[in-house]
Structure formats: C-alpha cells, structure tokens
Design a protein around this ligand. Sequence first.
Ligand code: HSE
Length: 308
Amino acid sequence: MKNIKIFAPASISNVGPGFDIMGFALYKPGDEIMVKLDNHKKIVISKITGDGKKLPLNPEKNTATVAIKSLLDAYNIKIGLSVSIKKRMGIGSGLGSSAASAVGGVYAVNKLLGLNLRREELLYHAMAGEYIASQAYHADNVAPALYGGFVLIRSYDPLDIIKIKTRNKLFCSVLYPDIEIRTSEARKIIKNKIPIKKAVAQAGNSAGVITGLVTGDNKLLGRSMIDHFAEPYRKFLIPGYDIIRESALAEGAINCNITGSGPSMFSFCESEDKAYSIAEAMKKASAKFTSRNKTYISRINEKGPIVL
Ligand code: HSE
C-alpha cells in the first residue's frame, strides 16, 4: 500500500459535567486525511483544503503531522510521508476539529505501515497532536474520535479510557454558530480553584450522566447535564447562549450544553424528527446573533475513524 485515506469524526466533548473526561463521536462532520509514502525522508503537508487558509502547512505546527511525528519518533521510523487534509468542519468550532486531524493522521499511518498498534498507543500520539492546538493534554475529543462511541476518561495518569455502552436511543442536534473560539484561550477563563460544593455537584452530575447512559434513563441523563466548571464562564463567549439553549429545551431536548470550548452547542433527544426540529429551533434562535450558522444531526458514532 502506498497511500491511504481516512475519515476521522468530529466529537462532542465535556457533555455537561464531564469537563475533560467525557466525549462522544459524531457521524458528521469529520475530516479526511490522506497519507502517501514518499521518497523525501520527511513529513510534509502537501495540501489543506476547507480551512479558509487558517491552518499551518508547517508540519511542526499542524495537529495531524505533530501526532504522526510523535508516533514515528516513538518507534524510530524514518520515512517520507505526504499528508493532505480536507477539513470538513470549522476550526475553533468546539467539534474537535484539531482532534479529528490528529486521530486521522495516526490512524492512517498505523494502517499504511501495518504497525498494528493498539488504540491506547495511538491515543497517546494523537494527544501530542491535540496539545499543539489547545496547549493542554486533554483526551475528550481525541479518545472518542479514535475509539468511537461515548468515552469516559476515568484517569489521565495513568490514562484509563472506558467506552460506555449506552442503552439510550439518542439523537444529537448540533448548532455551530459562525464564530471561532480558540480552546487555548477558552481554557484560560476557567477558574483554577473550585469550591467544594461545586466539586460535589459536578461529581454527582458526572456519575448521573454515566448512570443515565448505562441504564437508558434519559430523565436522569437530562437533569445531570449541568456543568459548574466551564460552561458558566464560557457561555458569555457564545452570542445568544441562553436563548439558544431555551429554544432547544422548548422543543423537547433532553438537555443542551456547549460542546468543548464552544461555540457549538448540542442537544440530545429521543427521535430523529425531534432532532431536526430542535436543530431548526436552535438555528432560528441563533440567527438573531450570528449569521451563516450550521446544524448537524447525528447518532453517537460507534465506529470512530474509517478507511475511505
Ligand atoms: N475539554 C476541553 C475543554 C475540550 O473544554 O477545554 C476542548 O475541545
């Protein structure tokens, strides 16, 4: 095999109280990453499309190639690769754009070179790529994008990734307002110290989300999707946050939160029809604040990356 093309999915992260520890993969949007063996003995980015020229072509600064380099260096593999990236989602959207590219990169190289590395190893290198974009080691986008499904990061040290078997039939509606929020900036506005009362509430809600998922209890899931760590501070970055959220709840959403550091917001509900009407309501509400807003509807993507 001389080249490979991978689809790597977008992901919803935090999922209410799961700041840095919960996320799930979507079927759309996602990135396409192409990796080709080359003779030049280095890693180059031959092309990036769909990014509005926002992403660096410098392989030291792009999440896909930083992740690939981390992997190749770990195994002392010296080869030439040309990487091209088709962005199919916004940069700084809250949908795990940088993670999708990093995951696509390592997944592609693992397959292309027949390395048969375990996902845990790929995850480590994808996180190195993600670090370049967000200036933090967090796995709540890279892990779901790589493993598929709903993922809990039980621990970072050591890394302990738990795939949650959800019993609910959930549909996710996503609103992507037309603004960019850099995760590295949005992490700076979060407080370093959390009062014990809030930490207790967050722990209760995190356990509630996971229990709601494994038992299929949507009411428990809904009342647990409350974040005290990040959302109260970040919501001001999203024009119309409260009105958008209320529009989703009025349409019957299980709950509605910011995904990652925003600006995208997501809702869960029980049927596809409802997911479309919730997305429509969120889009209508957001139109008063930002234009060219996009929506996506997706189930939880259990597959993760796929070879195209
Ligand atoms: N957990 C991360 C954050 C996700 O909220 O900063 C960023 O996409």
